[in-house]
Design a protein around this ligand. Structure first.
Ligand code: SF4
Length: 708
């Protein structure tokens, strides 16, 4: 806190960049959104990641704090009218405890599901995982982060033995020689990060952007490769083929620090450049140019985001890009390597501390007996009583109303954000009992039996872990409005009602201290990180183990793998991968490819940003982006209503005709519910390893629509 003007230093509630910002107290003017004490967002230049820059989402983030903009009373569905009606907290919590208890008693513990979110702080994610496994005794917990970066996490762990989004600080991007950015439109998803790419080019480095659309990010590139959606794997294999053919492998690095090269090499050599051109649509000279830039620099990086990751072969796709890094010695060295640009605010920390179906805190594996013993001892429970791994996010949602009868959902809006969303909505409607804790009445909360209004980022202290693995402190800057409680208070109150009086404190620092112990000795070791240290150092990179006093404090680990990879023998693993088609390729009935994504002014399902006037005005609704050739063939003019239909349903939105997209592909952003809901169309085909659905590619037919 800055004593002079009482500004509180904190971080943005939205994306994984976790931009630093200040919150300054103001008196809200009376109006529709309520008067009284509030805060306004101010610049905080000292935080190194964004150095004061904020996008429109961060700049307007305080608007949702006003009482009129959000829920301030619990809501309980009245059985007589079928409507949600205000209730007391006791009534609401009793109803939730009863709904969860009853489903477990009647149908077994795994009939109760828990669904979390990548926006929850580390403390909440940790407590939610503990609540599911200790209080409810259910294995059925997962979270929307599964839809975010799980393929990159799986590939990262498979190759390097450990997954941290970026194994180096973002600032290294500006100092390397070449970056291949695959499937990220960070100019719109995290605009302050664009400056690292600008600096890269100002420093003489080269930028290659891989994206089927000529996005604002692609416009910055030295080379834009626009592959057919779903073919990023073939592209990476084609580049590796050329690396080998042109004698650009780093044999010394391969021999000294890796295993498995021969099989990976053989797999790549089966993907001839001409064949890759046929699959991806990228001309061979462009493939050669990319290899020249990537290998011509002294250091280089590959960064991926949702484009290659949200595919039914996402893990292998990311694995192919990792193989390219390993074969050229571009990993485990300063200013070189592979990294994933995580999406959600705490997508990184959210997956480290136990809300993922197969993980315990500290990135420990739920099926590892030693990990179970360690965490059970911290939780003071019998390790044999801890449930095993449960269903992944989509599989869990698909089981609602079937094997799962009751659901507690926190910080997620799957009615808009899940694939095959109309089906997911049906599943949610078929539940015997649904409780949702949220800030606003999202489309999912509107279906609940009980809605619990919870505090927001600026109203409670907690930690998040940004895309670099930097653990950060969000500080409480103002009190929540009357009628609102924190998620930790909610979980503590529910635990008490379900027979666990102890072990669920409402104080976030107390939770963090327990999390530190639970993570100690694990892959994501937070034991040496304290609130005091984070505040003093403006973030600490994990792993950061607690050390004996005489050794001094561990400095944290900004850069991973420089000496050894995190595998048992310290060597990275090549994994041989081969191209395969998307789960659903175009055919006569559905001849066009659909890909989905984000726009600058909206965030994820839009539940928050659609309620912010400035953001809503900037991006008021969905659209269908299509190439002039396709538009002409279908007789569609710019602005006309377009129907897009897949095997899962139909969506309609105005056309945006632009040459910035491939002629065989249409694009829809996914932030809106209703007739323009893009996820009505998307394919839930799952990656066999990460269980990531194939959001990024499916087959559709497109036509001029008469009505929505
Ligand atoms: Fe917030 Fe992300 Fe925008 Fe930064 S880039 S202000 S973290 S939404």
């Amino acid at each position: 806190m800055n004593a002079a003007n009482a500004t509180v230093d904190t971080h943005c509630p939205y994306c994984a960049l976790q931009c630093g910002m200040g919150l300054r107290p103001v008196e809200r003017a009376s109006g529709a959104s309520g008067d009284g004490p509030g805060v306004t967002v101010v610049e905080r230049t000292a935080f190194p990641v964004n150095r004061g820059a904020l996008c429109g989402k961060g700049r307007t983030a305080a608007e949702l704090l006003a009482p009129g903009a959000r829920l301030t009373s619990p809501l309980v569905r009245d059985p007589a009218t079928g409507e949600l009606a205000p209730a007391t907290w006791d009534e609401a919590l009793d109803r939730v405890a009863d709904g969860l208890r009853r489903a477990g008693a009647e149908h077994g513990r795994d009939a109760v599901g828990v669904f979390g979110g990548g926006g929850l702080t580390n403390e909440k994610a940790y407590t939610l995982g503990k609540f599911a496994r200790v209080v409810l005794g259910t294995s059925q917990i997962d979270y929307n982060g599964r839809f975010c970066m799980s393929s990159a996490a799986a590939a990262h762990a498979r190759a390097f033995g450990l997954d941290r989004g970026l194994p180096f600080p973002l600032a290294d991007v500006a100092r390397t020689g070449c970056v291949i950015l695959v499937g990220s439109n960070l100019a719109e998803t995290m605009p302050p990060a664009l400056r690292y790419l600008t600096e890269l080019r100002e420093n003489g480095g080269r930028l290659i952007v891989v994206d089927p659309r000529r996005t604002r990010t692609a416009e910055q590139a030295d080379l834009h490769l626009a592959p057919r959606p779903g073919t990023d794997l073939a592209l990476a294999l084609g580049l590796l083929h050329l690396v080998v053919a042109e004698g650009r492998t780093d044999e010394e690095f391969i021999a000294a620090r890796t295993d498995g090269w021969e099989k990976a090499r053989a797999a790549a050599m089966a993907h001839w450049p001409e064949m890759v051109e046929r699959i991806t649509g990228i001309p061979v000279p462009d493939l050669r140019a990319a290899v020249g830039m990537f290998c011509g620099a002294e250091s280089s990086m590959v960064l991926t985001a949702r484009g290659p990751e949200q595919q039914a072969k996402g893990t292998d796709t990311v694995g192919a890009w990792i193989n390219l890094c390993l074969a050229t010695g571009r990993a485990g060295r300063e200013l070189s390597g592979y990294g994933c640009l995580t999406g959600q605010g705490n997508g990184q920390g959210g997956r480290e501390h136990g809300q993922k179906a197969d993980q315990l805190p500290g990135y420990r594996k739920l099926d590892d007996p030693a990990a179970r013993r360690h965490v059970a001892q911290v939780w003071d429970v019998d390790p044999d009583a801890l449930p095993g791994p449960g269903r992944s996010a989509y599989e869990l949602l698909d089981a609602l109303g079937g094997e799962i009868r009751a659901l507690l959902l926190m910080g997620s809006n799957p009615v808009v954000s899940a694939p095959r969303a109309a089906h997911v909505e049906d599943r949610i409607r078929s539940l015997g009992f649904l409780a949702v804790a949220d800030v606003v009445l999202s489309e999912t909360a509107a279906l609940a039996d009980v809605v619990l209004p919870v505090a927001q980022w600026a109203e409670e202290t907690g930690t998040t872990t940004n895309l670099e693995g930097r653990v950060l402190l969000r500080r409480r800057a103002l009190d929540p409005p009357p009628g609102v409680r924190t998620d930790l208070e909610v979980l503590g109150a529910l635990a008490a009602r379900l027979g666990r009086e102890k072990g669920f404190p409402a104080d976030p620092e107390e939770v963090f201290d327990e999390l530190r112990r639970a993570s100690a000795g694990g892959p994501a070791d937070y034991s040496g990180i304290t609130y005091r240290r984070i505040a003093a150092e403006d973030g600490v990179f994990w792993p950061c183990p607690e050390q004996p006093e005489e050794a001094g404090a561990h400095p944290g680990t900004p850069r991973l793998f420089l000496e050894r990879f995190a595998t048992p023998d310290g060597r990275a693993r090549f994994v041989p991968v081969v191209h395969r088609p998307a789960a659903e390729e175009p055919d006569e009935a559905y001849p066009v490819l659909l890909t989905t994504g984000r726009v600058l002014a909206q965030y994820q399902s839009g539940a928050q940003t659609r309620r912010v006037a400035e953001l809503n005005a900037a991006a008021p609704g969905p659209f269908v982006e299509l190439h002039p050739q396709l538009a002409a063939r279908l007789g569609i003019a710019d602005g006309e209503l377009v129907a897009v239909e897949s095997r899962r349903g139909r969506a309609a939105a105005p056309a945006r005709v632009t040459a910035a997209i491939r002629p065989d592909t249409v694009f829809m952003p996914f932030h809106w519910p209703g007739p323009g809901r893009a996820n009505t169309l998307t394919n839930p085909a799952l990656d066999p390893t990460s269980r990531m659905p194939e959001f990024k590619v499916c087959a559709v037919r497109v036509e001029r629509a008469q009505q929505v």
